[in-house]
Design a protein around this ligand. Structure first.
Ligand SMILES: [Zn+2]
Length: 468
């Protein structure tokens, strides 16, 4: 391990807690000190490498707690590999992802986790961890949960949707929650009533409603809210904390807000697509709407205000991407003539930090809240803090020098994700990562990739900092 010293001079250091004009000293892979810019202490540092951050923000690398690289889905697989997806993440100022290993029905958690380790090992540009998707809750699997928590896989995702694939019934969900209440794991829930949705899908197709926009119509807001409510009550019965992923409907936010008002350990996550896109995109003609098919679905524009409000009041406390890209040509097209066959998912791992910075400029959130939602809280939620998610002595030197004035247009022609379209094509944003360090190594600088596959390592996680 190199103990090379790097000093980042002259920037505005922004964390969830503070904004200070400070220089940052990095030694090897860690941040070792901060000192006021121009102070004798900072001036006395000598280093092999000096990075000038004048007029820039110096922020913790983004922590994206919800990605699906290479996820098999609907007879195809997400188009970003761990190699391409983590490189794109780095370009976008994200230096840690937590991806989802999948247990398939009839197999153990161990088999699923081993398979995902094999996909990621030696491939990643940035550090990564895993959540575990549980598709088959047996007595053996419940015991395995304890072992995974010990190994640093401390969160488990269950689905109330996708009958026949990932779906768990209420009894299985309750058992998994009871187990997590004892072992310190955190249950993450895809909260949509998939049994009811499948009836509406069948009816829509029978009526000849095959276009992508019907994906949004059958996955009703009330069926997200109902499942969210049910998940919360099951968690209460189990005495377990709960993290609801990709909240998109105003009524689901209301369920989470109500639970939090009762003092329950219930947390909500939303994603940029729900904040910046809507059913208008799903309704785009010539099958273009397929680009925006994901679950939970995009909602009518009116829901966005409730999501922004939730992000300000902390009823929603994390913004992750649910990055799960499928190319328009050859993948999304599997659903021409039948919206239910469109692979579910959107690309976004490269766009999240910049879109949320744009939200700062648009007056939705403060700068520190930007860092809290995108770096600090996801790190705390999933047991990565303070190694990730902040800039402080002892933390990993995952640092982004962010140019808040750089204007650019998001486009598939210039992005680094391995997918043939951008969900934000043509959108102008202000602010972009200029220089990105991952554990002290510069992996991106001025639009150039300087990292390598295999720099990123698996990070075993502690249990959530938010457990009571
Ligand atoms: Zn997901």
């Amino acid at each position: 391990m190199s103990q090379e010293r790097t000093v980042i001079r002259g920037g505005l250091v922004i964390t969830a807690a503070d904004e200070v004009h400070a220089d940052v000293l990095v030694e090897g892979e860690r941040v070792v000190a901060l000192a006021a810019t121009g102070s004798p202490a900072a001036q006395a540092w000598d280093a092999e490498r000096v990075i000038d951050a004048t007029d820039c923000y110096v922020i913790p690398g983004g922590v994206d707690a919800h990605t699906h690289m290479e996820l098999p889905f609907g007879g195809t697989a997400a188009s970003d590999t761990f190699e391409t997806g983590t490189r794109a993440a780095a370009f976008g100022g994200t230096t840690t992802i937590v991806d989802f290993a999948v247990q398939s029905v009839g197999h153990s958690l161990r088999e699923g986790l081993d398979a995902w380790h094999a996909k990621a090992e030696g491939k990643c540009a940035i550090d990564y961890g895993f959540h575990m998707i549980m598709s088959d809750v047996t007595q053996g699997v419940l015991k395995e949960m304890d072992v995974l928590v010990e190994e640093g896989v401390t969160s488990f995702k269950l689905f109330m949707s996708y009958p026949g694939v990932f779906f768990s019934n209420d009894g299985d969900i309750l058992r998994a929650m009871q187990r997590s209440a004892n072992n310190g794991g955190l249950i993450m829930m895809h909260a949509e009533n998939g049994i009811a949705i499948d009836v509406l899908v069948e009816q829509a197709l029978a009526a000849g409603h095959t276009d992508p926009r019907y994906h949004g119509e059958v996955r009703r807001e009330l069926l997200e809210a109902e499942a969210t409510h049910r998940a919360i009550q099951l968690a209460r019965v189990a005495g377990a904390p709960l993290y609801v992923v990709h909240v998109s409907a105003e009524q689901a936010v209301a369920e989470i807000a109500q639970a939090r008002d009762l003092g329950l350990n219930v947390f909500g996550e939303t994603c940029p697509q729900y904040l910046f896109l809507s059913t208008d995109n799903l309704a785009e003609p010539d099958f273009e709407g397929a680009k925006y098919v994901c679950s939970t679905p995009l909602r009518p524009k009116e829901h966005q205000a409730a999501l922004w409000r939730g992000l300000r009041t902390n009823d929603l406390s994390v913004v992750s991407t649910d990055h799960c890209p499928f190319c328009f040509v050859g993948q999304k097209e599997l659903g021409r003539g039948d919206f239910s066959k469109i692979p579910n998912g959107l690309p976004g791992v490269e766009n999240r930090m910049d879109l949320l910075h744009q939200a700062v400029l648009d007056g939705h959130i403060s700068r520190r809240r930007w860092i809290e939602l995108a770096c600090a809280t996801p790190a705390r939620m999933f047991g990565l803090y303070p190694r990730k998610g902040t800039i402080a002595p002892g933390a990993d030197a995952d640092v982004v020098i962010f140019d808040p004035r750089r204007r650019y247009t998001m486009s598939a022609a210039t992005h680094h994700m391995n997918v043939d379209y951008s969900a934000y094509e043509g959108r102008q944003v202000t602010g972009q990562a200029r220089t990105v360090l991952s554990r002290g190594a510069v992996v991106v600088d001025g639009g150039e990739y300087l990292g390598h596959a295999g720099h990123g390592t698996f990070v075993p996680r502690a249990t959530s900092s938010y457990l009571l």
